[in-house]
Write a protein that binds this ligand. Structure first.
Ligand code: PLP
Length: 489
């Protein structure tokens, strides 16, 4: 049990030691063994630089850029860099690009949807068209903003939506069409040119979610990878998001939302003078915001530089190709998509080789992958977000993958009791009381009281979730998180 407010303050070195102890239970953020959540370029000295820059600006408040002009200058520099990388700026097809720095990809997407919604006040029931492979943050944006989500299926073969299906989903109340470059689950680039064109023909805004891979695609293209057009070079693209805390390798808390021009950005802003305090003018969701992540991102970009990002993309590409080769050489595993960005994603073709058991076997060997559940005809798979730090570890991963596959085969697939699966299939979210969820969690060996120790076997949990209807998955996990989030006292 830890205590945030002791009766008497604790000396600084002891506090730091306690924090280090706590961090020891976390997954490794560095070293190329964690294939989700973190982005590690393995550039010597970069963390120290970013941390110092963060500290310099941690107490600066983005609430009022006239009070802290340093932050305004840094934000404008980040927006300028992102715009130029993504086909905007002087001498391009989009010379008037403007943007904002947000706290992350989700915030950028919420704001893109808000800007689109508020640009069409005459639409009483606004709608948003997004492929099913579009990030869940679009669903969150729709939910928060009272916009209806129209999901367009993606093909199980190409993992992309058909532009004709996107066109068919657009109606008079559609305020925004979105697509991904690339999608998070599979790392494939949607047919952005065609989608932007159908959106433009319908007179609807088109947002390209390049949060995940927008910072690498231009560099991969320079390395000869056939990356299709996805940026402001396409006239129908009205906004693009790109996260600096992903493949620009900045510390967490920074993304950029770009609009083709200031007119498109205007409805993103919120201003309020109807109270006796200061007039509030916010370009983004937060009002008070720390300058820390912004200064750290600036320092990261400036230190790595264009040539550095090209070299990191080259290393990442080598890692992606190496990992894809290792996966292809294992009997019973198949790449779900031929990698075209920084994701390697694979399925099992052998009923005796359970992917979720395989993921646990990899965890046992110190490799932390991301199992993705089956959805709408798309199979369960293992996702690897690959960063430059993985490059020297490819052969080691390959050997462990072969060992893990052999052990997973001997262990055999997870078999949940038929009665449990039957009950699960018939459950509605409303039937999932906190007591029932606590019981299910205990039955699966998940002890909320011991959350500091991740369970050794996630395969039964993943199997159960995979078998559950979508709304039950959501409710189960939300309830479980609720069990974890309890005050410590
Ligand atoms: C394509 C894409 N969009 C949006 C997001 C959401 O970003 P964040 O987690 O920074 O809010 C992600 C995160 O992985 C992503 O991959």
């Amino acid at each position: 049990m830890i205590e945030a407010l002791p009766p008497v303050g604790v000396p600084a070195d002891k506090v730091l030691a306690e924090l280090r102890d706590l961090r020891a239970a976390d997954l490794p953020t560095h070293g190329g063994r964690l294939f989700a959540y973190v982005y590690d370029p393995a550039v010597p000295g970069l963390d120290e630089l970013a941390n110092s820059a963060y500290a310099l600006a941690a107490h600066v408040n983005g609430l009022d850029p006239t009070a802290f002009p340093s932050l305004l200058a840094l934000e404008n520099a980040l927006v300028g860099a992102a715009a130029q990388l993504l086909g905007g700026g002087p001498g391009t097809a989009a010379p008037e690009v403007v943007g904002s720095v947000t706290g992350g990809g989700t915030e950028s997407l919420i704001l893109a949807v808000k800007a689109a919604r508020d640009a069409r006040p005459e639409v009483a029931r606004p709608r948003l068209v997004v492929p099913t492979s579009g990030h869940a943050a679009f669903a969150k944006a729709a939910h928060y903003l009272g916009v209806t989500l129209d999901q367009v299926p993606v093909s199980a073969r190409t993992l992309r939506p058909a532009p004709g299906d996107v066109a068919a989903a657009i109606g008079p109340d559609t305020v925004l069409v979105a697509c991904s470059a690339p999608s998070y689950p599979y790392g494939v680039v949607d047919p952005v040119a065609e989608i932007a064109e159908v959106a433009a023909t319908a007179g609807v805004r088109c947002h390209v979610d390049a949060c995940f891979g927008g910072w690498t695609l231009p560099y991969l293209r320079r390395l000869g990878v056939p990356v299709p057009a996805f940026d402001f070079s396409l006239p129908g693209v009205t906004s693009i998001s790109v996260d600096l805390h992903k493949y620009a390798y900045a510390p967490k808390g920074v993304s950029v939302l770009l609009h083709r021009d200031a007119e498109l950005r205007r409805p993103q802003y919120f201003a309020f003078a109807g109270w006796p305090g200061y007039t509030l003018v916010n370009p983004v969701l937060s009002s008070t915001r720390s300058g820390g992540p912004i200064a750290a991102a600036y320092a990261t970009l400036r230190h790595v530089g264009d040539a550095g990002y090209l070299a990191l993309a080259e290393r990442t590409l080598a890692a992606v190709r190496g990992l894809a080769g290792e996966v292809s050489r294992v009997d019973g595993l198949r790449l779900l998509a031929e990698p075209e960005s920084t994701v390697v994603c694979f399925v099992s073709t052998d009923p005796g080789l359970d992917l979720f058991v395989l993921a646990d076997e990899l965890t046992r060997r110190g490799w932390h992958t991301q199992p993705q559940l089956s959805y709408a005809g798309l199979p369960a798979n293992i996702h690897l977000s690959v960063t430059a730090s993985v490059a020297p570890r490819v052969a080691e991963f390959g050997a462990d993958l072969r060992g893990a596959a052999a052990d997973a085969r001997s262990a055999g697939p997870v078999r949940l009791p038929a009665a449990l699966l039957e009950t699960l299939g018939a459950l509605t979210p409303a039937q999932l009381t906190p007591e029932l969820v606590a019981g299910v969690a205990a039955g699966l060996g998940l002890d909320p009281a011991a959350a500091s120790r991740p369970p050794e076997r996630m395969a039964p949990v993943n199997t159960l979730l995979d078998a559950a209807p979508i709304t039950v998955r959501e409710r189960l996990l939300a309830e479980f998180l609720g069990l974890l989030q309890r005050p410590a006292w």
